[in-house]
Write a protein that binds this ligand. Structure first.
Ligand code: FRU
Length: 620
């Protein structure tokens, strides 16, 4: 009996030892030299890979997998931490590569990228076996060829990576500058940096190096830029001054300046220049001719307020007042304000307009741009409308973070929007890049049919020079039998359509864009209800988000005569009333380009008096 017990214990011990041996952790530590890829990786356990740069090459090409969790990367030079960022390093497959430019770090010494690799969870692997370790490499070039069928032809998109708000837009010496909230290491929001592009006409853009990267004060959130013509800040005559939100422990406002036409920026050593105990962001500044001082407006998102400041030197700011409590749409949070003075069409009158982006809370869900018309004396904004009135600048679902260019020539008021919606921006069916901006728009004010002041929004006239030879379809009658016209063959999902109609006895007119797969976008004028709507429920790929399919509607001008302009650029439709009395921006993802336009009335009959389609030419 005793023996049996002893034997039994022995047997148990042997089994336990055997299972311990099985469960013994794999030793993942190893050092693998990969001279052909220009690097050596020290694998330290399952969750760490230190990539030592040993070869030549401007970039490290980082393999990314969209669905992987974020890896945390530290850039050490001679053991000093110089930079840090997150990247969804590929675990099981490589979706695409993003370049990390080594140039600034190589100058300082020996570079090591220390990757903290999340190895737990579905689809993850120990660092040594992860796809990024198998494919990471040095290279002097980065392939920027477009790989996306939904990439627009004439709307700004980053060559690769994630983009949200337009930032720091300023005109100087013949160039329009466009910075943007940029996530350079993958196509989802992260590592917010100011990307940078320049253009001579706001349509053809050249993307340059990023200008402001995250630093010790935090990530670089939205902000604005001005030209300091009189050197009020002391950084030099005509310096470009950028003020933006540093999003670190708190949201504080920081300044940077450029003395080389916006190519490079120096961070001011007196930052922060504005701080508050509340969340505050997206500073937008301008020179106020009347008071001879700078003004700045800052969003207080959670309070639903915009806060006004003034300054003589762009560095020291005095609080003036705030506006917002109870006004306009009070849902969600208020972000990205802009304040400007706009002319009233056909008069010498000018009014102040406060642009206020909100998210969520837009009338059709998620992100949208509202505005307030009133007076501003350099200290206080007074709204002409009663608190409950909400005015939308664009009636589509993909128009957010709209802000205007500083120092625009000929006193023009030029604005651009991020053409997406926070409800689904990171799920749209593109991968190499995410998000485009709207076509830049020229703003003014007009009196609507009820005598109320509204914002007028028209595509900038520079866009017209991208039109190819007009294809005229003449005039034709329509009734409840649909009249269809084929769009030009060269359309390829990109065209500019002008359609004028007289609704006649028809009370409802449908204008449909469709393709041979049965995908369609139906736009409807409801003449009596004075409404224009766009239905993208069957527009193509819509299932990436339940918030995407839907119908948006805008107030249309009164009467039977309507004039519509549609700018279609592969994955977007921007609809404008012919005189800019409404604008509606919606994304669409058709599996093949819409190649037919159809006009029909549900009852009665009407006439299309002009249908002209312009093919659009690539950038020049
Ligand atoms: C608006 C916004 C801003 C912020 C930025 C961060 O889309 O939330 O308020 O500065 O995006 O990327």
């Amino acid at each position: 009996m005793k023996k049996t017990i002893v034997c039994g214990i022995f047997a148990l011990m042997t089994a336990a030892m055997a299972s311990t041996a099985l469960a013994q952790p794999v030793n993942y530590n190893s050092t693998v030299a990969m001279p052909e890829r220009g690097l050596t990786i020290h694998f330290l356990g399952a969750d760490n890979g230190m990539v030592r740069i040993t070869g030549d090459g401007k970039y490290v090409l980082l393999p990314v997998e969209e669905s992987a969790p974020d890896a945390y990367i530290r850039v050490d030079v001679n053991s000093k931490l110089e930079h840090e960022f997150n990247c969804r390093l590929a675990q099981t497959k490589v979706d695409y590569y993003v370049p990390f430019d080594l140039t600034p770090y190589r100058k300082l010494g020996k570079v090591l990228l220390d990757m903290r690799h999340p190895h737990e969870g579905r689809n993850s692997r120990p660092a040594r076996e992860a796809m990024w370790a198998k494919h990471i490499k040095l290279s002097n070039t980065f392939d920027t060829k477009n790989t996306e069928k939904f990439r627009p032809l004439l709307h700004f998109t980053p060559i690769y990576g994630w983009m949200n708000d337009p930032n720091g837009m300023v005109y100087k010496d013949g160039e329009y500058h466009l910075s943007f909230q940029y996530g350079p290491y993958g196509s989802t929001w992260n590592n917010m940096t100011w990307g940078h592009a320049v253009s001579r006409d706001m349509i053809t853009w050249e993307q340059l190096d990023h200008i402001i990267i995250p630093n010790g004060l935090g990530a670089i959130f939205s902000g604005s830029s001005v030209v300091d013509k009189n050197n009020t800040a002391g950084f030099g005559r005509d310096a470009i001054i950028a003020i933006f939100t540093s999003a670190g422990h708190k949201q504080i406002q920081s300044l940077a300046y450029s003395n080389d036409n916006g190519r490079t920026y120096k961070i001011y050593d007196g930052n922060p220049i504005i701080s508050s105990d509340k969340e505050c962001r997206d500073p937008n500044m301008f020179w106020n001719e009347k008071t001879g001082r700078w003004n700045l407006v800052l969003a207080s998102p959670l309070e639903h307020e915009d806060i006004f400041y003034s300054s003589t030197n762009l560095k020291d700011w005095t609080f003036e007042s705030s506006f917002g409590k109870g006004y306009g749409c009070q849902e969600g949070i208020w972000e990205c304000p802009d304040l400007m003075q706009l002319p009233v069409r056909g008069t010498n009158e000018k009014k102040w307009v406060l642009v206020c982006n909100i998210n969520p809370g837009f009338i059709y869900g998620g992100s949208g741009t509202q505005y307030f018309i009133g007076e501003f004396d350099g200290h206080k904004f007074t709204c002409d409308d009663a608190p409950g009135v909400t005015k939308w600048m664009d009636w589509g679902k993909d128009h957010y973070a709209t802000v205007s260019w500083a120092n625009a020539p000929q006193d023009r008021h030029l604005a651009i929007a991020w053409m997406s919606n926070w409800q689904y921006a990171d799920r749209v069916p593109t991968m190499q890049f995410r998000s485009a901006n709207s076509i830049p728009r020229e703003l003014d004010l007009f009196r609507d049919d009820d005598g109320k002041l509204q914002m007028g929004v028209n595509p900038v006239k520079e866009f017209d020079s991208y039109r190819g030879t007009a294809i005229k379809y003449g005039s034709f009658a329509f009734n409840n039998k649909a009249v269809s016209k084929a769009l030009p063959k060269e359309n390829d999902g990109v065209c500019d359509i002008v359609l004028d109609l007289n609704a006649g006895s028809a009370t409802q007119v449908d204008i449909t864009l469709s393709n041979s797969l049965g995908e369609k976008v139906v736009m409807t004028y409801d003449i009596e209800a004075r409404k224009f709507s766009m239905d993208r429920r069957k527009s193509g790929i819509t299932d990436f988000s339940a918030e995407f399919p839907g119908v948006t509607a805008a107030p249309a001008p009164k009467g039977k005569q309507q004039s519509l302009r549609l700018i279609i650029d592969r994955s977007s439709i921007e609809a404008f009333d012919g005189q800019g009395r409404f604008a509606m921006t919606n994304l669409v993802f058709p599996n093949e380009p819409y190649n037919t336009i159809t006009v029909a009335a549900s009852k009665g009959k009407g006439k299309v008096t002009n249908l002209t389609v312009y093919p659009l030419k690539p950038g020049h």
